[in-house]
Design a protein around this ligand. Sequence first.
Ligand code: ADP
Ligand code: GLC
Length: 493
Amino acid sequence: MPASIPEKRLKLCLLASEIAPFAKTGGLADVSAALGRFLHERQHDVRLFLPLYRRVRAQHTLTPVEGLQEIGFRLGDRLVGCSVWRAQLPGSDCAVYCIDNREMFDGDSLYTGGRHDALRFLFFCRAVLEICQRMGFGPDVFHCNDWHTAMLPLLLKTDYAWDRLFHHSKTLLSIHNLGYQGLFSAEPLLARGLFSQPGLLHQEDLAAGRINFLKTGILFATGLSTVSRTYAREIQTAEYGVGLEGYLRLRDQDLYGIVNGVDYGDWDPAHDKLLPARYGPEDLQGKRICRDRLLQQMGLRAVHGRVPVLGVVTRLTPQKGLSLLFEPLPRFLRSRDMRVVVLGSGAASLEQDFRDLQGMFPGRVCYYQGYNNKLAHWIEAGSDIFLMPSLYEPCGLNQMYSLRYGTVPVVRRTGGLADTVEHFQARTRQGTGFVFEHFNSQGLTWALGTALEVFRFENIWHKLMLNGMRQDFSWQRQGPRYEWLYKKLMAGR
Ligand code: ADP
Ligand code: GLC
């Protein structure tokens, strides 16, 4: 759909540790890519920045950016350097600038999980500012995402405060997940002179010997956003604030909840090239083909008649609440015919639990350990029910993908799940999924049990699927909220 031209062309610098399809471990990658694509379509001058990880170098076409090869700058007590390579967002001619420094980014994974990450992402933030300077690009807004880029607002107020190029620049910090804050031991970072004004860092943290990157961003960014309205409220409470609730309450007036969009260019069964068959609300034949191929591919017994297929695609972390599954699933599997397909990797204990479940129900449960984008699409299309019992969920994309694929989500009422899935009422036939309140297996048992009951009634289920398939969470709807917020920040609030 051609986007209309906005009145003012904004200059935007969007930096993230993940941008799909180049580097992805979760939803942040999908969101930064799709928002970049949307803003570019709206004809803003939006420039995306990403570390040049080894996998990006190995798998994508990159061209060196003239004038930005082997540039040098100071990082604390060291002189460091980087080169910039240009990649293109698929489906767009929006540029992604990949920052190349092998010592920092040439590892097997995006994150080391150790203290080297502090240096890597401080380097990244500085490199972005250095490159903007050399491009003569003074963004209206630097849009930072999560802890990896949360130090940029402080850098802008200290080491780069002298540069007139950035005098009007505002900063927006989007929080995609408060569970990851970038908490590091202060001493090694201070010893390397990485902070020119340590007096501006959080003094109690410093006294306790640590620096919290996300907290620093929360204190220094011009504006804050998170990825759903409900999560914006939740993170101001002790239950969900992970220790930062007080700081977020302090900045309540500057904190906005904007529900993520879905890139229907990638996630729509009507033209999803990864699927064995395509379908839409008018003709659901293809969904059955997707189900049969999925079961076959996963080595599960074929189904005849109304046998539900349950799907899970997820990182295996406590956030996703998967531990709740291990009571109701065996119970339902014993009492009725159904299939369960799980894709995910992460915590070893959860991986083992899913392997055990598969062992208990051979031919009916399949657990695929790993990361597999094509299989994620196949599960979205081939399942009837999608399980997402999250402990917390800033937004969540899979439930929105499920809705579009006619796969009914069973979710807990938290964060973005609460904002995007409406509990189905059989009486009025309104609603799009099954929503439970309390984080315990009774709650999930109730929601899943209700879903399985409704599934028996083909006509009602069909209506429920269509309710979901007709929802619109496109970036055409969600993206303008970011444009509004950028302008609000620029206007001085
Ligand atoms: P989060 O970012 O917390 O992991 P989201 O629901 O926002 O949760 O986004 C998850 C994204 O990552 C989705 O695009 C999902 O399909 C993808 N994903 C998660 N785990 C896997 C996996 N094991 N294989 C393929 N894709 C995955
Ligand atoms: C995070 C959250 C997820 C959200 C995603 C993109 O990884 O866990 O809920 O959808 O970021 O914003």
